[in-house]
Design a protein around this ligand. Structure first.
Ligand code: BG6
Ligand code: MG
Length: 216
């Protein structure tokens, strides 16, 4: 028997591979600013808020800007990113995602989204995934970024499930830390080296089953 009563999912990199679109949009902005921005640098942006992502890129380039200019640049990047994700279709849902959401739901587990993205609803609508979730907490509802646990604690509170009965699925190191800080179980999606603080690491939800919840 599992003590898990709720699954909380990060969005970008867990349900859909949007990291590539974030990269393309940030790369375009970095090119305009003459900042060298590589895929390795991009790893540092995972799970991090839009403004913090911009600040990391400016740090890489050794550039300091005022708040007004930073807001304009973040907005510019977002308009390019939104152009990409507006064309997302259900084909871009990562392997095994819908199967596991259905399996969890049919076994009476509550499902929540816990994402830093302010574009979560646009993505979930385009992927037709909205109806799976009992609670959706996204970047429009939180003020503290991961590794702060706010996003996951709000989800658990909406579901009325105690943190110790929740498991978080995350692809970002900051996201696993947020789950640990929330007092929740965690399953990393990706590399065991990067996600070493997770209770278990898998390469994607296609590897997930209910037995894996029993060992948490
Ligand atoms: C997270 C991504 O899910 O959302 C980050 O991992 C991104 O890379 C953050 O910066 C904020 O996203 P958005 O869509 O609000 O710019
Ligand atoms: Mg993510």
């Amino acid at each position: 028997m599992t003590k898990i009563k709720a699954c909380i999912f990060d969005l970008d990199g867990v349900l859909v591979d949007t990291a590539k679109y974030h990269f393309l949009a940030w790369k375009k902005l970095a090119d305009e600013l003459n900042i060298e921005f590589t895929k390795k640098h991009n790893e540092r942006l995972k799970g991090v808020s839009r403004m913090r992502s911009l600040e990391i890129i400016l740090e890489i380039g050794g550039i300091k800007l005022d708040d007004e200019t930073k807001l304009q640049l973040a907005e510019k990047k977002n308009s390019w990113y939104v152009a990409y994700i507006s064309k997302l279709t259900a084909d871009e849902i990562l392997p095994g995602v819908e199967e596991f959401l259905k399996l969890a739901k049919s076994n009476n587990l509550k499902l929540a989204l816990g994402s830093a993205s302010k574009n979560s609803m646009l993505i979930l609508n385009n992927l037709k995934l909205v109806d799976y979730f009992d609670s959706i907490i996204d970047g429009t509802k939180v003020s503290k970024a991961k590794p702060n646990p706010e996003v996951f604690l709000k989800g658990a509170a909406e579901l009325k499930i105690k943190p110790e009965h929740c498991v978080v699925f995350e692809d970002a190191e900051a996201g696993i830390e947020a789950a640990v800080n929330a007092g929740m179980h965690s399953i990393g999606i990706g590399s065991p080296e990067i996600l070493s603080k997770a209770d278990l690491v898998i390469s994607g939800l296609h590897e997930m089953n209910l037995d894996k919840l029993c060992v948490l």
